[in-house]
Design a protein around this ligand. Structure first.
Ligand code: PLP
Length: 401
């Protein structure tokens, strides 16, 4: 892979007609070390956020040993890239064949579930040769929690309601070597209070069911930094999670887990795009809704941008983007702040696309090609540099209780 100091040198060297993805392994390594050293428990990387094998190796080399996978293809991918990694199959609705292959071929022991049907499926798919139940299952019951503090909800699809949790926890305890409780507060949780509220629900579930719990898994949702979304420091999340966890009625040997996706990889990628046409305040670029800008199109996510052409010195103005496909939905409303005199032929770097960006590219309509190179400069924003102004000094975030 080619190395460049930064995006401007990529444009000078290649003047690329196709979008170029920039990898910043140093930024992902820094995030991984931060979680490995600072989170008061075990950090599982949620592979769906960005399954690139190069990234998986960077995270592994920086102290991440556990991986949250959600499909048999992810199980195979991580197993091939990292033969010694511990894989946890945390999708609560799996196929029987995926469970069986994960357990028998790839050594997976940890599974999540949110129904009696799924529990039965896991038991049946992991029976030993003499048809007795497996004795080494680590089963995490997924609890439904609120997504009210997160930018992207994950509250409606998965999770058993608190009212129905006790019988499921008790039935799972009967067959599990380790019993866990897990949840997901939604992606980009803008306040640590989201986890406090969820952990209160975990407490209620454990007390109701009177079961011994060995794993409390607080899931993903840890934020990154984007325009208009400046979260409090991650240390604050870790501190309130640790305090709430310590107060839970769990086994003295229990473990605290988390499953960060976005927070570990958002800074890993940026993207260079070319402006093919300008119409007023709309720029037609060569990547979009079916490429790395899925969230920009579908949920109006804003990413940081900068023009890479030194001649463009105009004051910054608001622009929207059209992607390259023939679909009207290939539109990113932004606003993206770029020089007023930007035009066709110019190049733009779009930052913070490591999570749910680079991973989302499709070949729809014949687009989605392009090179991948490595860059050594800083990502356009970072939660891990230590020189960030604490946003609680401004008043745009929900305050800590
Ligand atoms: C998507 C997902 C994650 C990662 O979420 P982020 O918001 O990216 O941290 C973690 N756990 C599960 C079960 C998920 O589905």
């Amino acid at each position: 892979m080619h190395h460049f100091p930064d995006a401007s040198s990529v444009v000078r060297a290649l003047a690329p007609d196709e979008p170029v993805i920039l990898n910043r392994p140093h930024a992902a390594a820094r995030a991984a070390r931060f979680f490995a050293e600072t989170f008061p428990g075990k950090s599982l990387y949620a592979v769906k956020a960005n399954p690139s094998p190069d990234l998986l190796k960077v995270l592994w080399d920086s102290g991440v040993t556990h991986f949250d996978v959600a499909s048999i293809a992810e199980v195979r991918l991580v197993r091939a890239a990292l033969p010694e990694a511990t894989l946890c199959f945390m999708h609560p609705v799996k196929t029987a064949s995926a469970i069986a292959e994960a357990y028998k071929v790839h050594g997976v022991r940890t599974f999540s579930l949110d129904s009696h049907e799924e529990l039965d499926k896991i038991i049946a798919a992991t029976l030993t040769e003499d048809d007795s139940p497996a004795a080494d299952l680590r089963l995490c019951v997924r609890l439904r929690v609120s997504s009210e503090y997160s930018e992207l909800s994950l509250a409606s699809k998965f999770g058993v309601d608190l009212a129905d949790a006790a019988p499921l926890l008790q039935a799972t305890r009967q067959v599990a070597d380790w019993l866990g409780v897990c949840f997901h507060v939604g992606s980009q949780a803008m306040t640590p209070f989201a986890y406090v509220q969820a952990l209160e629900r975990v407490r209620a579930a454990i007390v109701d069911a009177s079961v011994t719990v060995d794993i409390v898994d607080v899931g993903g949702g840890f934020p990154s930094v984007y325009p208009g979304m400046e979260p409090p420091p991650l240390e604050d999340y870790f501190a309130v999670i640790h305090r709430a966890y310590e107060a839970l009625p769990v086994s003295y040997s229990s473990e605290l887990w988390c499953e960060p996706g976005r927070a570990l990889c958002a800074e890993y990628n940026s993207l260079i795009v070319k402006v093919e046409k300008r119409r007023g305040d709309e720029l037609y670029i060569n990547d979009g809704a079916y490429g790395a800008l899925f969230d920009a199109a579908h949920v109006g996510w804003r990413f940081p941008v900068r023009c890479l052409n030194e001649g463009r010195a105009g004051g910054l103005e608001e622009f929207a983007f059209y992607g390259p496909t023939c679909d009207d939905a290939d539109f990113m409303k932004g606003p993206f702040m770029l020089p007023a005199d930007i035009g066709a032929g110019d190049f733009i770097e779009i930052g913070m696309l490591g999570a749910y960006g680079a991973a989302m590219r499709t070949a729809f309509n014949g687009f989605g090609q392009g090179e991948v190179v490595e860059a050594s400069d800083e990502p356009m924003a970072s939660l891990y540099r230590g020189d960030r102004v604490d946003p609680r000094r401004s008043d745009n975030v929900v305050s800590l209780r």
